[in-house]
Design a protein around this ligand. Structure first.
Ligand SMILES: C[S@@+](CC[C@H](N)C(=O)[O-])C[C@H]1O[C@@H](n2cnc3c(N)ncnc32)[C@H](O)[C@@H]1O
Length: 379
């Protein structure tokens, strides 16, 4: 969930925003119907109105949509923008759109159900031959020297560890990836294409490809750096490649388990895979670096190993585990069972205090809990 301030940062990224504005200028005609998926505080919907769109559907699940409504009204567009607080995958529109604009990316385009949402919008919300913005994202990868970013991963556990052996934590954080930026001269290899995402055909959410490089600059290799170039409309795009570009996305550093000293001509091979599991991607990067016929390093890393899980938690996730509700589960179940439309939040809170006296000192704290669950689960 983004804050209003973070929607401000997205809009303030001029490289990104100017490209989106230009792509809309090329695509929205007077009389167009536009669908803005993930409108946030409404910028693409507003630009579409300014370009003469006849009707704009602005979809956003978060409460930021309330701010977008106020902004639309303040600019005289309240009658042309129809705001819908939901996910695009849950709604049916009264008419299909000529143009669908979205930016559902995170640091990289692989974020949650982004690809499934685009595939669904293309099938159900777009007129045949309609325009999708963006059209394509191209993901690039290179081996990089990034001492500062690498230090952010490891220094707490090996420099600021007060003399204790903290290798367990060091190993765990090196199985996560981080947002970062590097300069072009920090690349130790040429960039190689990892994936080309064509939103006019995309279906699958998972990506896996092997990358092979020859080192072109000697140095300490700290990991694999991944970034993307976006094509929004014909001839309009932006890049967050090392050395410049759109700042709000950043790029991703997949660190090695150890820095590796490489020479010009060394060979690096990495299989980089991303698999969507429920809401999040599990990333795997299996790396091998060879020089003069010798293996310099082999690492098998995965974000699966980057999350601490106690044996008890693992047991609770096992497919043969038969669960019973803990205290919190009983409390939530008690409240949900009373959300039938017949009881007010006040009435449910009163019952909650009686049923769970050790959890709620007074009616007010029980009401806060019931309100939170109502916000999350009521229609
Ligand atoms: C990166 S923000 C972009 C905000 C705004 N469009 C802009 O360009 O500044 C992406 C937004 O998409 C929303 N979102 C993600 N998936 C969505 C979906 N399937 N339907 C509607 N909104 C979605 C998120 O809640 C978030 O507000």
């Amino acid at each position: 969930m983004y804050s209003v301030a973070s929607y401000g940062s997205m809009m303030a990224d001029q490289v990104r925003m100017n490209a989106y504005a230009e792509a809309l200028r090329k695509s929205v005609k007077p009389d167009s119907v536009v669908l803005d998926i993930g409108t946030g505080t409404g910028i693409c919907a507003l630009l579409s109105c300014q370009l003469g769109a006849r009707r704009v559907f602005a979809i956003e699940p978060s409460d930021a949509i309330q701010v977008a409504r106020e902004i639309a009204a303040a600019n005289g567009y309240a009658d042309r923008i129809e705001f819908i607080q939901d996910l695009s995958t849950n709604i049916t529109l009264p008419e299909r759109a000529d143009v669908i604009v979205s930016d559902l990316r995170g640091v990289l385009p692989l974020l949650g159900h982004h690809f499934a949402a685009i595939a669904d919008a293309r099938r159900r919300h777009l007129v045949p031959g309609g325009v999708l913005i963006p059209q394509q994202d191209t993901l690039w990868a290179a081996i990089v020297t990034a001492p500062k970013q690498y230090a952010d991963f490891v220094e707490p556990w090996e420099t600021h560890n007060h003399g204790f052996n903290m290798q367990a934590a060091r190993k765990l954080v090196l199985n996560t990836w981080g947002k970062g930026r590097v300069a072009a001269d920090q690349l130790l290899t040429e960039p190689k294409l990892w994936a080309q995402l064509d939103y006019s055909t995309i279906e699958s959410t998972n990506i896996s490809a092997e990358l092979n490089w020859n080192v072109t600059q000697a140095g300490e290799a700290h990991g694999v750096f991944v970034w993307f170039d976006a094509l929004l409309a014909e001839g309009v795009g932006f890049s967050n490649a090392p050395g410049g570009g759109a700042a709000v996305y950043g790029s991703a550093l997949f660190p090695f388990l150890q820095p590796v000293s490489v020479q010009v001509g060394d060979e690096a091979q990495v299989r980089l895979s991303a698999n969507l599991v429920t809401e999040d991607y599990v990333w795997n990067w299996h790396s091998s670096i060879r020089g003069r016929g010798m293996v310099k390093a082999e690492f098998r890393q995965s974000t699966f190993f980057g999350t601490p899980l106690s044996p008890l938690q693992l047991r609770r996730r096992a497919s043969d585990f038969s669960p019973t509700l803990n205290d919190d589960g009983q409390l939530v179940s008690f409240v949900l069972a009373r959300m039938t439309g017949a009881n007010s939040l006040n009435q449910i809170a009163e019952e909650l205090v009686v049923e769970f006296p050790s959890r709620f000192a007074n009616h007010q704290t029980a009401l806060a809990k019931v309100s939170e669950l109502s916000q999350q689960y009521s229609r």
